[in-house]
Design a protein around this ligand. Structure first.
Ligand SMILES: C[S@@+](CC[C@H](N)C(=O)[O-])C[C@H]1O[C@@H](n2cnc3c(N)ncnc32)[C@H](O)[C@@H]1O
Length: 209
């Protein structure tokens, strides 16, 4: 796990100290997620970074579990934790090899993470399987498939210099197909810009899928 997470370990302090990009969009996303949370909700977040989203949303939920494979990100997240106020559990784990419990969570989320992993489609399937009856999946996807060649070349060069992490060049079509095939209804599809979308989908009211 150490090798794969080295980039994120190095970035952790800078990531923590950097202001949120596009705060208006971020706050709107938080508002939309807040509306899905009930006092009995159990929430899972994959690739939680330094825990900002978890720390903002967890007080509304019954439980909140957040995974990340970067020791340094998890250390910062735990340092920020005020146990009296927060119900979050930050756990060090590689989400590529994670086995999630079936129909267990009311909300399962991944923000700006699935483009960083090789088997994103398998991870998405297991995230969807982990969502309870009538529960939600919330995704912020970074879609790099259609970025122009010069940017791709630049990214490859940055990867060689270890200035960029491992990246997958995905588009939304494959993800949406998987979400629909698992009997979820897309409730919100918000194109934030050319390369990122915010999706909320709800498991349909049927036990027969
Ligand atoms: C771009 S940051 C996003 C952090 C946070 N979700 C946010 O929106 O601010 C990506 C995060 O995913 C984590 N990550 C990348 N690959 C991972 C993996 N295979 N398992 C667990 N965490 C991973 C990184 O350590 C990093 O904290």
């Amino acid at each position: 796990m150490k090798n794969k997470s080295a980039f994120w370990n190095r970035l952790s302090n800078h990531y923590y100290k950097s202001p949120v990009k596009r705060p208006k969009n971020y706050n709107s996303k938080l508002d939309q997620i807040s509306q899905l949370i009930r006092p009995e909700s159990s929430i899972l977040e994959l690739g939680c970074g330094t825990g900002s989203t978890a720390l903002k949303l967890s007080s509304k939920a019954y439980s909140y579990t957040a995974y990340d494979f970067s020791e340094e990100m998890i250390k910062i997240a735990n340092r920020r934790l005020d146990n009296k106020k927060n119900k979050v559990e930050f756990i060090l784990k590689d989400i590529e090899t994670l086995s999630l419990p079936y129909r267990h969570y009311d909300i399962v989320m991944a923000h700006s993470v699935l483009h960083l992993i090789e088997n994103a489609e398998d991870v998405l399937e297991s995230m969807l399987n982990a969502v309870n009856y009538k529960g939600y999946i919330v995704l912020n996807l970074i879609l790099l498939k259609d970025i122009p060649f010069p940017f791709k070349a630049l990214l490859s060069f940055a990867q060689i210099l270890r200035l960029a992490p491992y990246l997958e060049y995905q588009n939304e079509v494959d993800f949406i197909k998987i979400i629909r095939a698992k009997n979820f209804k897309v409730m919100r599809f918000w194109k934030l810009d050319k390369t990122s979308i915010f999706i909320i989908a709800q498991r349909r009211e049927s036990y027969n899928d």
